[in-house]
Design a protein around this ligand. Structure first.
Ligand code: PGA
Length: 260
């Protein structure tokens, strides 16, 4: 794993944006895996700025989002569809039919999940998968105890995850109980995994995911098995890492050709 510790989320998000932008420049038909939540907001803001100010072209890019709530329409203000259009897709030149977000209203969910997996394969697989991490160590909505080789499927949210998203649904009770999420096996098939985490409340989950054992109880820990997992943190999210000084030294002494 490459662990990059930055003074704040702004610097961290700039590095993440450079990684995504470089891919899109080098591979105009790149396939991006996208995440929602507070964490990637600054990354998306940077990508929008790069599109506006330096013509970063998303016209050939395909995207797949990690997850969506079951039972709410795409127009719901707290759906991940709404989030993605509000924060990214309305501001860049993505082609609408290359945007893929799980359909929370799918009538036959298992068939839909198989279709989603096939669509990722048909697009050539995900080049870079953007990830946040839950306070319980989830990535996507793969809650603790998720199979480490799971594929896209329906999951039941934990209470912790429902509390974390309560604000968008007028309180805990209003949060949907189920989601469709890419599985850990789906995420692991991505060529690069780019996990961002900011703030003290993520420090424990990050310490377990990066320096603890690989376990289904901390789903993000499966990234230890990924050949190209880049973990970009602010100081607070890195505050419980035992080897933080080493990671910082490594990053500062990278050969030029390896820098992001
Ligand atoms: P957050 O959510 O970015 O809003 O903290 C991350 C997650 O739960 O995966």
């Amino acid at each position: 794993m490459e662990i990059i510790i930055q003074p704040d989320s702004q610097h961290a998000s700039q590095i993440a944006a450079r990684i995504v932008a470089r891919l899109v420049r080098e591979k105009p038909h790149a396939v991006l895996g996208l995440a929602t939540g507070n964490t990637p907001l600054q990354l998306y803001r940077n990508l929008v700025l790069m599109h506006r100010e330096s013509g970063l072209d998303f016209g050939g890019v395909t995207s797949f989002n990690l997850d969506e709530y079951v039972g709410i329409p795409p127009t719901h203000p707290s759906s991940f569809h709404s989030y993605m259009w509000a924060h990214l897709f309305s501001h860049i030149d993505m082609t609408k039919d290359r945007i893929n977000i799980p359909d929370g209203l799918a009538a036959d969910i298992p068939a839909y999940c198989r279709f989603y997996e096939q669509a990722i394969r048909s697009a050539g697989g995900i080049d870079v998968q953007v990830l946040g991490i839950g306070t319980n160590g989830h990535i996507g909505f793969n809650e603790p105890s998720s199979s480490l080789s799971s594929r896209t499927r329906i999951k039941t949210l934990t209470d912790e995850s429902r509390l974390d998203t309560a604000a968008g649904f007028g309180g805990h009770e209003g949060v949907p109980t189920h989601v469709i999420t890419m599985g850990l096996g789906t995420i692991m098939d991505s060529k690069i995994c780019l996990l961002l985490a900011f703030g003290k409340k993520k420090a424990k989950a990050i310490a377990k995911a990066v320096e603890g054992p690989v376990t289904a109880m901390v789903p993000a820990s499966i990234l230890q098995m990924h050949p190209r997992a880049v973990i970009i943190l602010d100081k607070d999210a890195a505050s419980e890492l035992k080897m933080a000084d080493y990671y910082t030294w490594v990053y500062e002494h990278k050969p030029d050709w390896q820098k992001h």
